[in-house]
Design a binder for this molecule. Structure first.
Ligand SMILES: Cc1ncc(COP(=O)(O)O)c(C=O)c1O
Length: 405
């Protein structure tokens, strides 16, 4: 019997992302992989976690393994609101806040709360595939917006909004990652953030701001230009999302949203049927970690780790890709984005590079909703040793040189 005929129309339209399809190819143990975008496990504070776990289970016994409330642990929500006020200038109340089982869940839930099939969503080109897939699976029409080194081209965004309306579609939100974007590593300028907010207000759509990497800056102090769009929000227009995945550990699955109360309440409904609650144990570990005042030292350690890796990556790119490509000089995050000068399709290049050089990366095209970007590639420096960064980039540049027309 084929189960296919029982699938819903929505499920029939779902597609697995190319990145997932490439997993087998890029995760081979003998391959130097710049593909994996996950944080490096060496940055996870596992000894502190073990201490906290032992403490919690001794004190609370079985209760630490009980269900918890859907909205999230009230004390952790309070602590998250306090951190957002202090380090992000976001004034969000607990009523405007919900904890999530990772921010990927937020992408799905915000989509479910806001999108009817055919609604228009504006995304950067390139953008995060986990987000564009979530919105597309809900039947959204994705409008790609051109970007330069300062962020979205706001005039193009305005034209895309006009084009959506002309087609009878309702613009619902612009999804943006203004800090150390996945995949480009780009940081939006403060002016662009203001212009986005002003246009969204004028055109009356929402802003969905994903700040997964905002705390992973390489400077000694938090740069003032990272202030979120949400800090400008005066009329409940911005949904802000961030996560403990990149600064603590992604396996905890703890993230949060600050947004308009009406939207946060509906996200809570989604969560009731989605997973009931974020893992009680994970929430308590994060809360205890914050209470013990461990976070500043942890974020310093994580920043120092990636600052070193990014410096190696920049040096390797400068040594080997000069004249072959242009690339971003990341000031934070986990990625370096490369655009080859020659018209080389990086998808077949990946297969060749893995087979012949044992070097993997993620091809650029899947990050572009309009199908462009085939001569780009995303390189993550997160999980590659310093020595292999040099070896891998050198091999990759040789392959590109050979493939040049
Ligand atoms: C931009 C962005 N948003 C969200 C996520 C999801 O992170 P998590 O679900 O671990 O919070 C990622 C993960 O790579 C990401 O790059």
């Amino acid at each position: 019997m084929s189960a296919e005929k029982f699938l819903s129309a929505g499920a029939r339209a779902m597609r697995s992302s190319l990145i997932r399809q490439l997993t087998g190819l890029v995760n081979r143990p003998d391959v130097i992989s710049f593909a994996a975008g996950s944080p490096n496990a060496a940055t996870f504070p596992h000894e502190r976690f073990t201490e906290i776990y032992n403490d919690l289970t001794a004190r609370e016994r079985g209760r630490i393994f009980q269900y918890s409330v859907t909205r999230g642990n009230a004390q952790l929500i309070h602590a998250v609101c306090g951190r957002s006020r202090e380090i992000k200038s976001i004034a969000a109340s607990p009523e405007e806040t919900i904890l999530l089982s990772g921010s990927q869940q937020g992408l799905d839930f915000v989509g479910r709360v806001l999108l009817d099939p055919g609604d228009a969503v504006f995304v950067e080109m390139p953008s995060f595939i986990g987000a564009t897939a979530a919105f597309a699976n809900l039947g959204a029409r994705l409008f790609g917006v051109n970007c330069d080194e300062d962020g979205m081209d706001i005039d193009h965004l305005a034209r895309q909004a006009a084009s959506a309306r002309k087609q009878g579609l309702t613009p619902k939100f612009a999804y943006v990652i203004p800090n150390f974007q996945n995949p480009s590593g780009r940081v939006w300028s403060p002016a662009r953030r203001r212009e986005l907010y002003a246009l969204a207000a004028r055109e009356n759509f929402l802003v969905f701001e994903d700040d997964a990497y905002g705390e992973l800056y390489f400077d000694d102090a938090a740069p003032a230009d990272l202030l979120p769009v949400k800090a400008l929000d005066e009329d409940d227009r911005v949904i802000y999302m961030s996560t403990f995945s990149k600064i603590l550990a992604p396996g905890l699955r703890v993230a949060w949203i600050h947004g308009p109360e009406a939207i946060v309440r509906r996200i809570e409904f989604c969560k009731e049927t989605g997973d009931l609650c974020t893992a009680t144990l994970s929430q308590r570990i994060v809360l205890e970690f914050l209470r013990r005042g461990e976070m500043p030292a942890q974020t310093d350690r994580v920043r120092a780790f990636y600052t070193g890796k990014a410096a190696k990556m920049r040096a390797a790119a400068a040594a080997h890709f000069d004249g072959l490509a242009q690339w971003t000089r990341p000031r934070g995050g986990l990625f370096l984005w490369l655009r080859l000068f020659a018209a080389i399709d990086t998808l077949p290049l990946l297969r060749e590079s893995v087979e012949r050089d044992k070097v993997a990366f993620i091809p650029g095209a899947p990050f572009f909703v309009d199908g462009s970007g085939s001569n780009a590639l995303r390189l993550s420096f997160s999980n590659v040793s310093d020595e292999n960064i040099e070896i891998g980039i050198s091999r990759l540049s040789r392959r590109v040189r050979e493939r040049r027309p």
